[in-house]
Design a protein around this ligand. Structure first.
Ligand SMILES: *[C@@H]1O[C@H](CO)[C@@H](O)[C@H](O)[C@H]1NC(C)=O
Ligand SMILES: *[C@@H]1O[C@H](CO)[C@@H](O)[C@H](O)[C@H]1NC(C)=O
Ligand SMILES: *[C@@H]1O[C@H](CO)[C@@H](O)[C@H](O)[C@H]1NC(C)=O
Ligand SMILES: *[C@@H]1O[C@H](CO)[C@@H](O)[C@H](O)[C@H]1NC(C)=O
Length: 762
């Protein structure tokens, strides 16, 4: 609420704030705005006594959000999920609960029915599965006449849905076939990637196929589209597992991507009813701080509908292998890079050294034809192989023993897009938006373990976190995140409830400067209504400048009206100054002189506290916020106070308020103007001499650039990208590119950058 408070008025003097910036100030690396929990942050849904809202299905065709929780499925209004349209209870019976308990499970936590699968079927029905007290089961569900109904007939949920509600799993419905990655037995010791279809196909139970995996997500890719080789569509699976290929003493977990072909029917003798096209590769997201690989936690498939599938990008979240670090990272991968490794890469093969020890090395012998793990393509068809049932044993035996590719998948730009210390990332959604400058930007929405949502954009190499919003209170782990292009809203689920969040709440900016400096491609300042509003074509007269945050484009605003405060001798006096931005530095002036904090004058984040006030403290106080963007530094008077000694009875308002026609204080203005002029002169001299560096990017490069060559309004963000420094220097969070030759021929529509709260910790 206080963020919406009028901050009013700016003196748009381009007063640089470099003097107030410390060398290590975390520019652009902290969210510019932190929004505490508020009911209005999101539409919330939760029901008394029901928890674990962690499965979702968007039915834009019905304007519905289907939400799976513990023992219940809800049909909610997609436009406002606080409106419940219908629900079904799907509870375990007492007998089922008892049986589960007898097998040694906890009645309260394990032996319930957790909804884990919700998918749309071809006929418009919904396929739903639940853990059902460690005995998973699936049903069809319909939504007719506003009512959700669970059909009587049940399917065995084994292999489709986990037994254990705490185990991670993944599933996707493709062409009415359910692809699921989960454990198919009570003990959780038989992990599979399975397709439930007339002929069910699954992975082998071999540690070289899946070794203690944690399944993360799945995606399909229409790779048969205008494929010259007559290739098949694929289903991708992201997971982590204990590495078989590591010759190390301790268990090492690695991130993986695997893929299968949609047309796979298994082999005839070898690999009967098993995938003949299951190939997997390691995925790297190189974050330097730890020697251990980071572990994948979620992915999002981003595709431009106008472009071919090869242009799709997988965004993925990674967290450290050990709890020792609280960094999270986002890496992005070209689908074409992944697909190329599977289509052309070398395989790894196990070699027995000494008697029992197995080492995995690159396979350099002859590879059978058709290529093991490849989909049936034109070349195979020409050789008389029309389906996987026709594949020769040699090919099948090869893939059965060697499903792992030798080469790892490297992220775009060879390093993470974003690395951040703080609340651990859990889920990610990426959407693109056309900004006022005519460019499309990818906006990342990242859910965290603390129930917050980050919104970040990569502006041609500069990672900028627009805001971090507390969505859930209590702060619960965001367990699922979905995005609807139709409503333009995000849908998040946690153990305590579900939330619907707009992609932008532009109204959080109440001034033009704040609106422009927030650099949110969804928002712009409307000069006529004087509001920060959602950017759309209809309102093309908006002021927006996402790349540079050029607040000079804003009209000059009115001045702040001073608030009169009275002193209670001996009492404490707080002068409020709510800064709209974490990137702004606030300073206080008293009678035109910069104040330094002392034991009696304490500078708080949101104001000035005067302890044991006396009549001598009377004067004119001004709180100035200075914020830097790529276009320059902008200062604004957030609040002004006239503190007088003449005793008044209470009536003291702590909050500044804007005025429409402010009284003028000519003497003071002259003093301030002189001060500003001398400051500007001083700074200009300093910049000229190069005493004050200008840290535009959150990826700081100070100390390597000839500082004198940088000036105020250059467009150096772009130039910093084009000549990214070599890997070894200046990117403390990223390790080198292993032994792989550095691959610079990626097209980088997503340019790379990282930031962290405090680089000095590395
Ligand atoms: C379900 O939610 C409760 C909190 O209400 C949480 O303690 C528990 O771990 C959750 N269970 C699962 C399986 O996620
Ligand atoms: C927005 O404007 C651009 C050009 O100004 C036009 O090509 C596009 O179709 C418009 N989009 C919508 C949704 O009106
Ligand atoms: C408060 O200030 C007065 C003088 O203005 C001083 O005499 C007194 O000791 C101070 N009290 C405290 C608690 O510091
Ligand atoms: C910012 O906008 C002002 C006013 O349009 C313009 O003169 C200035 O060149 C811009 N600065 C940058 C860095 O784009």
């Amino acid at each position: 609420m206080h963020l919406l408070l009028a901050l009013a008025v700016f003196s748009l003097s381009l007063l640089p704030l470099a003097l107030m910036l410390e060398e290590n100030s975390p520019l652009g690396c902290v969210p510019r705005r932190s929004v505490p929990y508020h009911r209005d942050n999101a539409h919330l849904f939760q029901e008394e006594g029901v928890s674990n809202y962690s499965t979702m299905l968007l039915r834009e065709d019905l304007n519905l959000l289907l939400l799976g929780a513990r023992e219940a499925v809800y049909a909610l209004d997609l436009s406002d999920i606080s409106k419940k349209l219908s629900s079904v209870k799907w509870e375990v019976t007492k007998a089922q609960e008892d049986e589960c308990e007898n097998k040694g499970k906890n009645a309260e936590t394990d032996c319930k029915n957790y909804i884990r699968v919700l998918h749309k079927m071809d006929d418009g029905m919904i396929y739903v599965c639940g853990t059902k007290a460690f005995d998973p089961e699936c049903h069809k569900m319909s939504y007719t006449n506003g009512k959700l109904t669970l059909e009587e007939e049940a399917d065995d949920g084994k292999g489709k849905c986990p037994f254990d509600p705490f185990q991670r799993y993944a599933s996707i419905m493709v062409d009415n076939n359910l692809y699921s990655a989960t454990s198919m037995n009570f003990l959780g010791s038989e992990p599979v990637l399975m397709r439930s279809s007339p002929v069910s196909i699954r992975t082998e139970f071999k540690s070289s196929w899946l070794h203690e995996p944690t399944f993360v997500s799945m995606a399909q890719m229409p790779e048969s589209d205008s494929s010259e080789e007559g290739d098949d569509d694929k289903v991708y699976l992201f997971f982590s597992e204990t590495a078989v290929e590591c010759d190390c003493y301790n268990k090492l977990v690695v991130s993986r991507v695997a893929r299968v072909c949609k047309g796979d029917l298994g082999g005839k003798r070898t690999l009967q009813k098993k995938w003949t096209s299951f190939l997997k590769a390691r995925m790297d997201c190189p974050v330097l701080e730890s020697q251990l690989p980071y572990i994948i936690q979620d992915t999002y498939r981003w595709c431009d509908p106008q472009k071919p599938w090869k242009e799709c990008i997988f965004y993925a979240i990674f967290t450290p292998q050990s709890d020792a670090s609280d960094l999270s990272a986002v890496c992005a991968y070209h689908v074409s890079d992944i697909s190329k490794v599977f289509a052309e890469g070398k395989y790894k093969t196990p070699v027995t050294v000494e008697t029992s020890f197995v080492k995995w090395v690159m396979y350099s012998g002859d590879v059978p034809v058709p290529r093991p793990g490849a989909c049936i393509n034109n070349q195979a068809r020409e050789a008389g192989i029309d389906g996987t049932l026709d594949l020769p044993d040699r090919t099948l035996q090869f893939i059965k023993d060697r499903p792992l590719m030798d080469q790892a998948i490297r992220p775009i730009g060879e390093r993470p897009l974003l690395v951040r210390r703080g609340a651990t990332f859990t889920r990610i959604i990426v959407t693109d938006v056309l900004a006022a400058d005519g460019e499309k930007y990818h906006v990342m929405f990242i859910g965290t373990e603390e129930g917050t949502m980050l919104k970040a954009v990569n502006y041609k190499g500069e990672m900028f976190i627009i805001e971090e919003v507390q969505v859930f209170d209590p702060p619960g782990f965001i367990k699922i995140l979905e995005f609807s292009v139709v409503t333009g809203h995000l849908y998040a689920g946690s153990d305590y409830g579900a939330a619907q969040i707009p992609v932008a709440t532009c109204g959080r900016s109440s001034t033009c400067m704040d609106c422009v400096l927030s650099r949110d491609p969804f928002c712009g300042w409307d000069k006529t209504t004087k509001k920060c509003v959602l950017f759309s074509n209809l309102t093309s007269e908006l002021i927006q400048n996402v790349k540079n945050g050029n607040a000079s484009l804003c009209p000059k605003d009115e001045a702040v009206a001073p608030i009169v405060q009275y002193i209670w001798p001996g009492g404490n006096l707080k002068l409020g100054c709510p800064s709209p931005s974490n990137l702004a530095e606030t300073t206080w002036e008293r009678d035109g002189r910069l104040m330094t904090p002392s034991s009696r004058f304490q500078l708080l984040r949101d104001g000035l506290l005067i302890l044991n006030a006396s009549v001598n403290d009377a004067g004119h106080y001004r709180c100035v916020a200075a914020e830097r963007s790529n276009a320059g530094e902008y200062t604004t008077t957030v609040a002004e106070y006239t503190v007088t000694g003449s005793s008044g009875e209470g009536g003291v308002s702590l909050r500044p308020s804007p005025r429409t026609a402010g009284p003028s204080i000519p003497g003071l203005q002259v003093v301030v103007a002189l001060l500003v002029i001398s400051l500007v002169a001083l700074l200009a001299w300093n910049f000229y001499k190069g005493h004050i560096p200008l840290p535009w990017n959150c990826w700081k490069q100070r100390g390597r650039h000839p500082q004198g060559s940088r000036d105020h309004d250059n467009s150096d963000v772009v130039h910093q990208n084009t000549e990214r420094p070599p890997a070894a220097e200046g990117k403390p969070l990223v390790s080198g590119a292993e032994n792989n030759p550095r691959n610079n021929n990626h097209s980088t529509e997503v340019v790379v950058l990282q930031c962290t709260n405090d680089e000095s910790q590395f």
